[in-house]
Design a protein around this ligand. Structure first.
Ligand code: FES
Length: 397
């Protein structure tokens, strides 16, 4: 068997054209190793040979726990185990929450709203803490159990040869052996548990959206309706938010300048004095609506089959962008463009908010409006399409 050592100097490595010839006392590089040599080598020798083949010289290698089974070593092992265990528990909690927590949309005030509102924080926190714990566990393991090693490697090009390929596995195995992972059953078990749970969770998370049916519930599915939906024939007024949810500020046509936009929310007389209902009116995610007064003389072009939703120069559109749900609330009155600042989608307010630029593919849903006998704006129905992103399977109106 030939033993080798890289001198770490500029002449080490594979000698190409122009390189200085090896000194008679130097070991040639790469070392000449026969198959019989390889068969005769122990795993440790193969690992060292692998390093040598890569022009790596191990200058210093110290086992952090030269005496096995000390109290300090066990303490370190318990710390790593604890982090893996936390990761596994969080992964399991994420999985259970993702599968069984109430995720169906609930409007504020509806039964089950609190659980629905907690869905995203719960899956976010369990996944985030789980990944954090997994990362801390791996870092702790490397810091506490990997040998304290200093190596010098020379740079060289070209593909690995047969000897290198055969020895690299031995090198990796030896690295595992050096850290004593084989005899740390507790760490191995919890690490396997944590990574297994996460692998299952991420697999299910990737597939589940393909299985869930957004149309469950038919025409009454929550995603079809907003707070503008008429209930029991009660008039749905437009109000704007003064900052005090209990203050009712209804909207009349003369409240708006030509070429301006106002964000409005639904209001019913039955909600007057009901603080929670009034608060929900301005909080519900699909309620915010842009009431736009086009400049005089602007010709409004309705979507085919959706005529009569505007009131003269006034049009009302959902403020929730049909791309990814940002508030599309920038209105440029000269061009009649509504701009979503997130990814720059643009919609033409005078043409039923059809998208003309950016990633949004669907118009902003339009709210049918009119002015009642008292001179206030009211909605005569819910939006003419589902609000917000998703619904990617729907064609353009
Ligand atoms: Fe509006 Fe992306 S969310 S353009």
């Amino acid at each position: 068997m030939s033993t080798t050592r890289s001198d770490g100097g500029p002449g080490a490595g594979r000698h190409g054209d122009g390189a200085r010839p090896p000194h008679p006392t130097e070991t040639p590089h790469p070392p000449q190793v026969t198959e019989a040599d390889l068969d005769a080598m122990s795993q440790e020798q193969l690992a060292r040979l692998a390093a040598n083949l890569d022009d790596v010289e191990v200058v210093h290698n110290a086992n952090p726990w030269p005496i096995a089974g000390t109290r300090a070593e066990k303490r370190a092992e318990r710390a790593v185990t604890m982090w893996f265990l936390i990761a596994a528990l969080c992964g399991l909690a994420f999985l259970l929450a993702f599968l069984f927590w109430s995720h169906e949309y609930r409007a504020p005030g509806d039964p089950g709203y609190v659980m629905y509102a907690l869905y995203t924080p719960v899956i976010g926190i369990t996944l985030g803490v789980g990944i954090l714990a997994l990362g801390v566990a791996v870092i702790q393991y490397v810091k506490k159990f990997f040998p304290d090693e200093v190596s010098i490697q020379q740079r060289h090009d070209g593909p690995s040869d047969e000897v290198a390929r055969r020895t690299v596995i031995a090198q990796l195995t030896q690295a595992g052996k050096d850290t004593g992972i084989g005899r740390r059953g507790m760490i191995l078990g919890t690490a396997g548990l944590a990574t297994g749970v996460f692998a299952i969770g991420l697999g299910i998370a990737a597939v589940a959206p393909l299985v869930r049916n957004p149309w469950k519930g038919g025409p009454d599915a929550a995603l079809w309706h907003t707070g503008w939906r008429p209930v029991n024939g009660e008039t749905v007024y437009m109000r704007y938010d003064t900052g005090d949810p209990t203050e009712i500020a209804l909207v009349r046509p003369e409240d708006q300048e030509p070429g301006s936009v106002m964000t409005v929310f639904p209001f019913r007389e039955s909600e007057r004095g009901n603080e929670s209902a009034l608060l929900n009116g301005v909080r519900r995610a699909d309620n915010p609506t842009m009431l736009i007064r086009l400049r005089p003389g602007t010709v409004f072009v309705p979507a085919p089959g959706h005529e009569g939703l505007n009131y003269g120069d006034y049009v009302a559109y959902s403020k929730v962008c049909t791309h990814l749900g940002c508030p599309a609330s920038l209105f440029e009155s000269q061009t009649n463009r509504i701009l979503c600042p997130c990814h720059q989608s643009q919609f033409v307010a005078s043409e039923h908010a059809r998208p003309v630029f950016g990633p949004a593919a669907r118009p902003l849903p339009q709210l049918p409006i009119t002015v009642n006998d008292e001179g206030y704006f009211v909605a005569t129905g819910d939006f003419d399409g589902p609000v917000g992103p998703a619904f990617w399977e729907m064609g353009k109106i």
